[in-house]
Design a protein around this ligand. Sequence first.
Ligand code: C2E
Ligand code: MG
Ligand code: MG
Length: 588
Amino acid sequence: MNPSAFVPEDGEVVLVVDDNESLRESLSEVLKSAGIRSVDAGSAHDALRLQAIHLPTVAVVDYRLPDGSGIELAHTIKERNPDTSVIILTGFATLDTAVDAVGQFDAYLIKPVAPQMFIRTVVNALAHRRLVAENGRLVERLEQVNAYQALHDPLTGLPNRALLDDRLRQALAGCQRTGLSVAVLFIDLDEFKVVNDLFGHQVGDHLLRNMAKRLADSCRQSDSVARFGGDEFIVVCPVKVSADACRIAAHLLETLAEPTTIEGVEHHITGSIGIAVTGSGAPQQSAETLLRDADTAMYRAKEAGRARWELFDNAMRARVMDRFEIERGLRNALEDGGLANAYQPLVDIQSGSLVGAEALVRWDRAGHGTLLPGSFLDVAEDSGLIVPIGTWVLDKALSDLAQWKAEGTVAERFRLWVNISPYQITVPQFPGLVRDLLDAHGVEPESLGLEILEQALVDMGASVKVLWELREMGVSLNLDDFGAGHSNLSWLRELPITGIKIDRQFVAGLGVQGNDRGPAIVSGLIKLCEALGLVVIGEGVETEAQANALSSMGCQLAQGYYFGYPERGFPIPRLRHTDRVETRTPST
Ligand code: C2E
Ligand code: MG
Ligand code: MG
């Protein structure tokens, strides 16, 4: 660096150490003329004392000192403050011996020192120190930024999950001292996905930032507001009683519900809040349980119609425990044989003869008797256990069928129907599994039918491929409970299904007097399916009148208590009623 362009800074001091007083003075003079502050010492002892007082940026140290070696002093100076640059002064006579040691320091000067050379070396050392210091500051800043980013959400600037976790634990520890409770508010924006889909992610992001700011502005400094996930936020606050948390939630809901205008469009977003408070029920809740409970309560708020709060209470806890116990029980049942298949006959209405059966899973739950699927299937679906359970049912059904075939109990055209859950058909390997099980039991695909809930086809996407593979294999596919959900007629045209089962609620209205439109729908559906080459099964037939009505409309197959209950073991129709059901000429 050019010394004339150098501007000294406050706090920059040069320490000059030499036993030659006149040299010290002249060097100090040179520094002074360049505006650089200096202090000088004639011995190592004095030098260290001055270092402690003035914290010099640069030390100029003579190689030889009366009370010791200059090199030793230079080392001590560096030890005490590694940020000090050291310049060694040495004479020609000592150069050879000094040169190794000198190499460890920032610079060296050979006596006699020309003033220009001296000032240039000192200025370079000072400039170098400044660069090092600036670099250090930048690194420190960068580390701060990295630390911040690791703990904050980049979109909203709110603490992220990791920091929330830490804050929640701190709050729990703090409340043990203060005797207050900790409330966790789990906030989920309602229908936020729709905004993203309709207006794009930029608008979605804008809204999220807006909502985050409103939440942060509505809470106290001592509360923590974090972004938990996509459109989920968490507020952690100390409260005296649960009612305080509910009041806070109500206030937050009002704040969120205020309209936001983005690019001239007014958006109305609401939130649903689940609240969990320590001490309300189980003592000593952990951060995880509080978050989980608040999440459960949030789902209740959604179920109850959104834009509201729900407080996690003992009834919810009991429900969670129930579901937990069901899940655990089902896992055990899968291992220790607690599951069973009941088979309900499927008959030809005309002849009353058995044409097939439907496998319906049962759970013999210790202490609870036999449970019907309605009381455990939703837990099985939520926990993913439905997949192994579905495989168990299919395996057992095929094994029973193989046995009946071997015993000669079933006719050639007998087909066994097994219900499958939407999860099963989203697994691409499912057709392979079906093929393996058929092979393992020596059953031909034509003897197997699968029932898929009509509901399951909503949002199915890729699994249509799975249906085609099954169909190509020769397995029959029926849409179950048709008419009960989002009945979509285009499915009848596009999907590789072989038939439908008309939902019970339509069958229930048959054979009774009244002006209900149900019978017209059933009759129309039967004609439609006939035209499409699809088989129709009437399910839930409980009375002779219903059986007759179905039959007169042209429905050939039926299932229901009237024909036989689901029973363990081979399905035997309750009655053969060829002589009782009106005879009609089959249309085909
Ligand atoms: P689903 O497939 O529609 O089966 C018919 C249900 O109606 C059975 O109930 C059956 O017992 C009952 N039912 C049969 N005839 C009559 C009748 O005349 N009147 C009345 N009121 N009900 C009748 P279940 O066994 O409780 O099964 C309920 C549902 O659980 C089944 O409805 C099916 O969707 C599902 N499910 C059963 N087993 C399995 C399985 O192994 N896997 C899967 N994913 N779902 C299954
Ligand atoms: Mg079924
Ligand atoms: Mg059904």
